[in-house]
Ligand binder design. Structure first.
Ligand SMILES: Cc1cc2nc3c(=O)[nH]c(=O)nc-3n(C[C@H](O)[C@H](O)[C@H](O)COP(=O)(O)O)c2cc1C
Length: 376
């Protein structure tokens, strides 16, 4: 397995753990992944809900908790660490500032296009920063938009890009109809994005890795998507059923107990479809039951608490704490494949073994095809 390079950052294993809010990937999981040579990612989405008294000052709690988890992860690992930020968060700028101040290695940005990021970095007076910036997109079109904008306005491009396909867990950048039609392939999205990005790589004389996410679960999945041009993979679902994942055991068990047909979609108040593990609670929500609430902090820029059926942060926080009768577990299409809780090391060992096996098989097939035919 080839290591990954993002600018001057060397990552031994081309495996990135997807940031999972609310409180699914904190310092525990992130440090364990970083210790195995991948990139461990802390999700900043509603991270303040892990902080006592967060109701009084949610924004401060978010900043305090993020700083705390970055520092804790650094104590537990000297590997490569990232933070996942949703552009749709109302305190996105503040959390971005904390991440850069804490000298995090990588910031991943999803749920929106981070067009203004270079301007923010300039305005804040950050200079010679070590942090790498990586947007997450759902295909070549969005990638081109971000790269063109940064290139023309700031003479700069992102350090890498994550392409997340339709099989991913959590909020999805596709319409419900597209997801139900089931005819978008991640390998096509990767090939198209690699092509678009190559133009910018030439223009800026900079290598920009394209990272694949969504439905990657085994070493074989990794091998196949990397054959399509991905330089690394980003996996969320696979890391949920690990001892080190920061969620309650009931959350992890909901993966292990799920069947393929249980994985379903909800219409999230964020305005995007979300993939979850079906449950009685999901049925209630999908049948129009609501959980009215009052919100003093408005965690999402676009959320109007008087109009949405429930608070997405509260529901996700409930499930992270194992209260699955009042919450749902975000999960990728392959969540049902989990059969046991493993250590992060076991996951890495399995992925490496499977990858190496398929690579050797592929190399053998290739050499047989190349062998000159002997006349008889
Ligand atoms: C439980 C869970 C929570 C997630 N939360 C977030 C999040 O808060 N922000 C985000 O950008 N992506 C989130 N994701 C997406 C992951 O970062 C990652 O891109 C995705 O899981 C990759 O697909 P996979 O689950 O099939 O491996 C979440 C995924 C899961 C499974």
């Amino acid at each position: 397995m080839k290591s990954l390079r993002i600018g001057d950052l060397k990552i031994k294993m081309p495996i990135i753990q997807g940031g999972m809010g609310v409180a699914i990937s904190l310092s525990g999981l992130a440090s364990a992944v970083a210790n195995q040579g991948g990139i461990g990612v802390i999700s900043a989405a509603a991270i303040g809900m892990t902080e006592p008294g967060f109701e009084k000052n949610y924004r401060n709690a978010n900043k305090t908790a993020l700083r705390k988890h970055i520092r804790r992860a650094r104590e537990l690992s000297d590997g490569v660490l990232g933070v996942n930020l949703m552009v749709a968060l109302s305190d996105y700028d503040e959390l971005l500032k904390v991440s850069i101040e804490e000298n995090i290695d990588v910031v991943f940005m999803g749920a929106g296009l981070p067009l203004k990021l270079p301007q923010f970095v300039l305005d804040q007076g950050f200079e010679n920063i070590h942090t790498k910036f990586i947007p997450k997109v759902s295909g070549a079109k969005a990638a081109k938009l971000i790269f063109s904008y940064w290139a023309s306005k700031f003479n700069h491009i992102p350090d890498a890009v994550v392409v997340e396909g339709p099989m991913a867990g959590g909020h999805l950048g596709f319409k419900k109809e597209e997801l139900l039609e089931d005819n978008i392939s991640l390998s096509t999205l990767i090939r198209e994005t690699v092509e678009v990005i190559s133009v910018f790589e030439k223009q800026f004389n900079k290598k920009v890795p394209v990272i694949a996410a969504g439905g990657i679960y085994t070493g074989k999945d990794m091998f196949e998507i990397m054959k399509s041009g991905a330089s690394a993979v980003k996996m969320g679902t696979r890391f949920v059923t690990t001892h080190e994942c920061d969620a309650d055991i009931k959350f992890k068990e909901s993966y292990i107990n799920s069947k393929k047909e249980d994985i379903t979609l909800i219409a999230s108040p964020v305005g995007l479809p979300g993939r979850v593990i079906g449950s009685e609670f999901v049925d209630k929500i999908n049948n129009g039951e609501t959980r009215p609430f009052k919100c003093p902090w408005k965690c999402l820029k676009s959320c109007n608490f008087k109009e949405v059926p429930y608070c997405i942060s509260q529901i996700l926080n409930n499930s992270a704490q194992g209260k699955l009768d009042e919450g749902f577990a975000f999960a990728g299409s392959n969540a049902w494949k989990a059969t046991e809780i493993q250590s992060v090391k076991q996951v890495f060992d399995e992925l490496k073994e499977e990858y190496n096996l398929i690579e050797a098989h592929f190399a053998k097939k290739l050499s047989l095809m190349k062998r000159p035919k002997v006349a008889v």
